[in-house]
Design a protein around this ligand. Structure first.
Ligand SMILES: [Fe+2]
Ligand SMILES: [Fe+2]
Length: 472
């Protein structure tokens, strides 16, 4: 079961060959997907050989195989984590203890479809957002990482489309079409979630996006991996292994920008690293503020009856549900959330069931902080007195109770005039964007890197740094 069948047009470990209707539906969608990939996926470079990894099995060890391939030849497929349905029961909600579902219960069709479509929509959206970045890649190594992230996000689209087509009949097929029709940032047919309509205009934004926004993906996938709907759970479980690489690209990318700044600060005894074509730490902090706050919004409102229903119905759990020590029903449990009351931020006890989103956001914030700590260690080790911080959760929010308020990164509520006077102390200004943009020059010589980023510590799959990761 774990082995992937590569003899088919659509590689899979779900025995697609035995379901002719489904196979036909997916094969009919395939050319439309390719059309989307070629027109809205990576701009240019589609005819170049890229050192990509491909899934060959979903086993813990050795699921990946590395080789130079042209992106349109990448074998996008359908991979679900191992089927161990006989041992599995539902972990939470009103069906707790019952066997997991292999089919969608009629009464949950609507909400499950919505969850899958919302997740599915983010996958092609990020590919569209990152479409033009290769033209300014700081190295071949980075260009390859961008493409790897892109092909895997596209595979995540396949993963969601498979679920829609296999389990939601005609509705599912229509949703699959629409996933290829919405466009990131398009005013008439935007992607569903806000952060996925933002631009990713430069590589600093790309690393921030893969650190902060792909990490939202991790938490959404992890809570869907708890779902009582087993095909969804198993799909998301495998997607998580790919997601880890995207966050690695983000964390190490930002770390290398920091390293470069620190090296120059030390070498020239100055804070003004812009003189040397690098990105100064205060500017980097503003990018953190922006991407963190935008990504926080993806978790939804602090209190949500929708989220409560998803939980009670067993559709979407909490992060690491099985490891949480409580009754997994949350009928009478409290949870502490930050609220805005009479213009002040306050802790409030609310029913845990309605605070499911906030709990997931809390897990997310703690995870974000761990990487920030590692970045700060680099700065400390360089003997530099600067600390990167995550802004307060109420800072720069568009969704939830803080959306109407003006809150500083330190968590102080201020009036609109104060906000306006300081906005660009906290968020990248047009001039900051312009400066970062001015650094974005493509570097194509193997082993060489742009002026604003340090080289990575190790290459990909034990290859040397100067390996031709993309053959131009
Ligand atoms: Fe993804
Ligand atoms: Fe991702």
């Amino acid at each position: 079961m774990a082995q992937v069948d590569y003899s088919e047009l659509i590689p899979n470990n779900v025995d697609l060959a035995s379901d002719r209707r489904l196979k036909r539906a997916l094969e009919a969608w395939h050319p439309k997907f390719m059309d989307w990939w070629c027109n809205y996926g990576p701009d240019q470079y589609q005819d170049k050989a890229v050192y990509l990894r491909t899934a060959v099995s979903v086993d813990k060890d050795g699921w990946a195989q590395f080789d130079h391939v042209k992106m349109p030849d990448y074998r996008w497929g359908i991979f679900l984590a191992e089927d161990n349905r006989d041992e599995k029961t539902i972990n939470f909600g009103e069906h707790k203890g019952q066997p997991v579902w292999q089919e969608v219960p009629g009464e949950y069709r609507g909400p499950l479809r919505r969850l899958i479509v919302t997740q599915g929509d983010t996958e092609p959206a990020s590919v569209e957002q990152q479409r033009i970045l290769a033209a300014t890649a700081p190295s071949l190594y980075d260009m390859r990482n961008l493409f790897q992230v892109n092909v895997e996000e596209a595979r995540h689209l396949w993963a969601m489309v498979y679920l829609l087509m296999a389990h939601f009949g005609r509705d599912g097929r229509e949703e699959a079409e629409e996933l290829l029709e919405r466009r990131s940032g398009d005013p008439d047919k935007p992607r569903i979630l806000g952060a996925f309509n933002e631009r990713t205009p430069d590589w600093l934004s790309f690393y921030m996006f893969t650190y902060f926004t792909d990490r939202d993906g991790k938490y959404q996938l992890a809570s869907l991996a708890e779902s009582a709907f087993d095909p969804l759970a198993r799909t998301c479980q495998f997607m998580l292994t790919e997601e880890a690489h995207h966050m690695y690209v983000g964390e190490t990318g930002v770390a290398r920008v920091i390293q470069r700044a620190c090296d120059l600060m030390r070498e020239h005894r100055t804070d003004d690293v812009r003189k040397f074509g690098a990105i100064d730490l205060p500017t980097l902090q503003k990018y953190v503020n922006f991407h963190f706050s935008v990504s926080e919004d993806l978790f939804g409102a602090e209190q949500s009856t929708n989220a409560a229903n998803y939980f009670t119905q067993g559709l979407k759990g909490r992060y690491m549900e099985a490891r949480i020590k409580d009754d997994h029903l949350l009928k009478d449990s409290p949870y502490s959330v930050t609220d805005l009351v009479d213009g002040e931020l306050r802790q409030q006890e609310v029913p845990a069931l309605t605070a499911i989103n906030e709990r997931l956001r809390d897990d997310y914030i703690a995870d974000c902080q761990r990487g920030v700590d590692r970045w700060n260690k680099l700065i400390r080790d360089a003997g530099i007195d600067f600390e990167i911080t995550l802004p307060h959760r109420a800072f720069h929010r568009q969704i939830g109770v803080f959306s109407g308020a003006h809150v500083t990164p330190q968590g102080k509520v201020v009036d609109a005039a104060t906000w306006a006077a300081h906005e660009y102390d906290w968020l990248p200004s047009p001039a900051d964007h312009e400066y970062v943009q001015s650094l974005m020059q493509q570097v194509t010589e193997p082993g060489r890197f742009a002026s604003w980023i340090a080289q990575p510590r190790i290459g990909i799959n034990n290859q040397p740094i100067e390996f031709p990761y993309v053959k131009l």
